[in-house]
Design a binder for this molecule. Structure first.
Ligand code: B12
Length: 278
């Protein structure tokens, strides 16, 4: 979905803002959607929920967009949770993922929706509404289905290579599978190192000289900001020496902005390998 910016210029042209009708704050939108304010902000930033920005940078929502979002999304998240804990065949999950891609128009947007499903999974697990084995089964099934779709996407032999990993002690690797799918759609080649990867191993891989980007994911569970900062400090010189970019994503406590590399908050702003900046 498109995010329209109400910038300083549009302030001088009030008709644009007037055309957008009565606007709601994040708090009001959250109350209508029966979720907390941070969820509304995340949905807005991921492009899942349409919004505009005020000149001061605050998110504002149209009531029509809130109602449009409320109907399908809530029941859709519920349907996905039921699908994943209901011992589905991998084909059924894959089929539903492909339909989701059709509906959203890109894997980046579809994976934004799947993130919302996983966040809800986490909430239900935390409040004991879902048992550990159900969460494990669902994550594993989803991971395998996403991997199979990724494997079926061909990218050019000479396309630039992105290495995907999570840092030491980080076991939340589903985000990497989701990222891999988004990257392959854009035309990147990927190498999946996966979870719990020591920085020293990443350094060795970068020194190989064939990697264009190292993409690291740290989940919300990784709140040790010092450790994450040190990973960046250790990787930066070897990345610079080998002309390798560093992308940092997930809800972990990465410094923002980092001393080297780019901090991502969703899959939406991933560059294409054909962009001159990539
Ligand atoms: C599945 C899951 C697990 C699985 C992971 C399996 C796997 N293969 O991934 C297992 C069972 C291993 C697990 C373990 C644990 N988990 Co867990 N887990 C989850 C769950 C439900 C989903 C994780 C996920 O995939 N999220 C979806 C990803 C894609 O979201 P994201 O990380 O925010 O990333 C977003 C963006 O930043 C971007 N992105 C991510 N990475 C990157 C990278 C790049 C380069 C880019 C461009 C973008 C990008 O994509 C996403 C889209 O917006 C979450 C719930 C949640 N809120 O996420 C809990 C959760 C993260 N886990 C939690 C906990 C507590 C744990 C354990 C400590 C439990 C325990 N007592 O053992 C352990 C810790 C293990 C460890 N050391 O890492 C808590 C963390 C609480 C907190 N501190 O806030 C959560 C939030 C659950 C909860 N509600 O309480 N978990």
């Amino acid at each position: 979905m498109k995010v329209t910016k109400v910038s300083k210029q549009t302030k001088q042209k009030p008709s644009t803002k007037q055309n957008y009708g009565k606007l709601l704050t994040s708090t009001a939108a959250a109350a209508l959607l029966d979720v907390n304010q941070s969820t509304v902000k995340r949905w807005a930033d991921e492009g899942v929920l349409k919004h505009v920005r005020t000149a001061g940078g605050h998110r504002r929502f149209r009531i029509e967009d809130i109602f449009e979002h409320k109907k399908p999304s809530h029941s859709k998240i519920e349907q996905w949770i039921n699908l994943l804990i209901d011992h589905p065949s991998p084909y059924k999950v894959q089929g539903n993922l492909l339909l989701l891609h059709d509906e959203y128009g890109s894997w980046a947007k579809a994976m934004g929706f799947i993130t919302s499903v996983m966040v809800e999974f986490g909430e239900r697990w935390r409040s004991n509404k879902i048992q550990i084995h159900e969460e494990h089964l669902a994550t594993h099934r989803l991971e395998r289905s996403i991997e199979q779709i990724s494997d079926s996407i061909q990218t050019a032999q000479r396309a630039p290579l992105v290495l995907l990993a999570t840092p030491s002690q980080e076991f939340h690797s589903l985000s990497l599978c989701m990222l891999e799918l988004c990257l392959k759609e854009l035309g990147w080649k990927t190498i999946y190192i996966g979870k719990n990867t020591p920085t020293s191993n990443l350094v060795e891989c970068i020194k190989n000289g064939t990697i264009s980007v190292v993409a690291l994911s740290a989940s919300k569970n990784f709140q040790d900001a010092k450790v994450l900062k040190k990973i960046i400090t250790d990787l930066a010189p070897v990345c610079i020496a080998n002309n390798t970019k560093l992308w940092l994503g997930g809800g972990g406590a990465w410094p923002d902005p980092p001393s080297y590399g780019v901090r991502f908050r969703s899959f939406l702003r991933l560059p294409s390998p054909f962009d001159s900046e990539s």
